[in-house]
Design a protein around this ligand. Structure first.
Ligand code: AHR
Length: 512
């Protein structure tokens, strides 16, 4: 049996929950847009071609902000191709994903879709093949009320009111040799600085994200952030982080502990950002936008939907690309990534799970067919809804598991929030043990739990195993079920959680 004690003290908090932590990502890649969120002719499509079955699932998932239109795609994208009468929009060759892009869906469609979905738009600009001029034109088009060239074009194209986009990414993964328009840190840092300046001259209220390293293993990681911020610190508000994880060579124990890597990666980026702040005598703090994260089985698979093979395929419109099917194990890991992001909510202010539909996504669809929730849908949906108020520090004393990559790691991984206004404590717990149930005791200081509002767990379903997943044939194999037997004893809480599980609990609490 795994045992753990979680201690939470009313006065030990990390900060307010940044609601943009529960972001997602829609790229013109594979079937995320076409036959994902947009499919005119689908039985559920509205008059604009938006799949309402997908919109319903997106609202249930609850992302707060959605990054668009890429990803690698944006580094060769001309935003002007996607506005104006559809009949006049050109078909282009998207080199990033070797795909024919019809441009039937563009900025206006995404802004309308985002309004329907109830999410904020986070717009990425092309700093691969384009630069300052195109970026400032786009801000003018999107955000200026009218009376100028680009804002009047937007009005003629049917949007009288500006889109009012606050959050902008200054390109994507430009440290990566695979990126169209790959740059050195020095080249990118100068370009980001000048582009940011020009964009803010058009609309000073916008917030800007500079490109950080594509992952922690990039040879330039650390030096890239340092150089870019040395140039652009005063002009930008956030630096980006990207990370994808997968199980390697059957080492499931290390995979289940990958949040240790995410914690360390975030700490490294904070240290680098703050070193630039100190050296440059800057007062303002630059925070983190973790704008691509997820489980992605990209290594070891030699299937034609993986990036290293796409260039061999013929030019096609919206091919199936990286439509990973997620298991119970993946869902538990995704839960721990959300814990890690929340634990760093004092500096990670934006985070986007990549991506939203079909492409390594919590929602899957079939063309002309149904839409369903992957196993990874559940931790995101519960945390996006329940993580409110203050992020609490959690002290965890837990049975350890030995891992090849991270040494001894706590079997139990936790995050918690306390909503003072609503008198509600939310607790999120992963049991990473593959074999043992966990007896968990929650020790509250300065707070007293008076009732259990809800208690749900995601684990291996009966008759299944750790690889069980939701599929077209079996869309509800993995889900949440109630946890029974949660006891409140003089304010202390006790519960038992199954092996390999992720749980979400809510308690009524009052200060003592
Ligand atoms: O999300 C899939 C791809 O992963 C994105 O296009 C790119 O930014 C990253 O490498």
């Amino acid at each position: 049996m795994t045992r753990a004690r979680i201690t939470i003290d009313r006065d030990f908090t990390i900060g307010e929950v940044p609601r943009r932590l529960f972001g997602s990502f829609v790229e013109h890649m594979g079937r995320c847009v076409y036959t994902g969120i947009y499919e005119p002719g689908h039985a559920t499509a509205d008059q604009r071609g938006f799949r309402t079955d997908v919109l319903d699932l997106v609202r249930e998932l609850g992302p707060t902000v959605v990054r668009y239109p890429g990803g690698n795609f944006v580094s060769g994208y001309r935003w002007e191709d996607g506005v104006g009468p559809r009949a006049d929009r050109p078909v282009r060759m998207d080199g990033a994903w070797h795909t024919l892009e019809s441009n039937a869906f563009g900025l206006h469609e995404f802004a309308d879709w985002a309004r329907e979905a109830g999410v904020e738009v986070m717009e990425a600009i092309n700093l691969g093949t384009r630069g300052v001029e195109e970026a400032r034109s786009l801000v003018e088009y999107a955000n200026h009320p009218g009376g100028t060239h680009w804002s009047d074009l937007r009005r003629r194209n049917g949007a009288e009111d500006p889109f009012g986009i606050k959050l902008w990414c200054l390109g994507n993964e430009l440290d990566g040799p695979w990126q169209i328009g790959h740059k050195t840190a020095h080249e990118y840092g100068r370009l980001a600085q000048e582009t940011a300046k020009a964009m803010k001259l058009v609309d000073p209220s916008i917030e800007l994200v500079a490109v950080g390293s594509s992952n922690r293993d990039m040879p330039t990681f650390g030096a890239w952030e340092h150089t870019v911020l040395t140039h652009a610190y005063d002009e930008v508000d956030y630096i980006s982080m990207h990370a994808y994880y997968q199980e390697h060579d059957g080492d499931v124990r290390s995979f289940l502990a990958e949040a240790v890597d995410m914690d360390g990666f975030i700490d490294d980026v904070i240290a680098t950002v703050d070193a630039v702040r100190a050296a440059g005598r800057h007062r303002r703090r630059v925070d983190i936008s973790f704008d691509e994260w997820n489980v992605w089985y990209q290594h070891g698979l030699d299937t034609e939907d993986q990036p290293h093979r796409v260039a061999d395929a013929p030019w096609r419109a919206h091919p199936r690309l990286i439509e990973d099917t997620y298991s119970v194990t993946d869902a538990v890991v995704v839960g721990t990534f959300l814990h890690s992001l929340l634990r760093h909510g004092d500096r990670v202010k934006i985070a986007n799970q990549a991506q939203l539909v079909n492409v390594i996504a919590p929602i899957r669809t079939e063309e002309d067919g149904p839409a369903w929730r992957q196993a990874t849908f559940w931790p995101f949906a519960r945390m996006a809804r329940m993580a409110r108020g203050r992020i609490m520090r959690t002290a965890v004393s837990s049975t350890k598991v030995a891992t090849r990559r991270f040494g001894d790691v706590d079997e139990i991984d936790v995050a918690a929030t306390w909503d003072d206004d609503d008198g509600r404590l939310a607790l999120f717990i992963a049991n990473r043990s593959l074999e043992s149930d966990a007896e968990v005791e929650l020790d509250l200081h300065g707070l007293r739990a008076t009732a259990v509002r809800s208690a749900e767990v995601l684990t291996v379903p009966s008759g299944g195993d750790r690889r069980t997943a939701n599929t077209l044939e079996s869309p509800d194999a993995v889900g949440l079920r109630p946890i029974h037997g949660v006891t409140l004893d003089g304010g202390a809480v006790r519960l038992t959680l199954p092996a390999l599980s992720w749980s979400a609990l809510e308690f009524d609490v009052s200060p003592t």
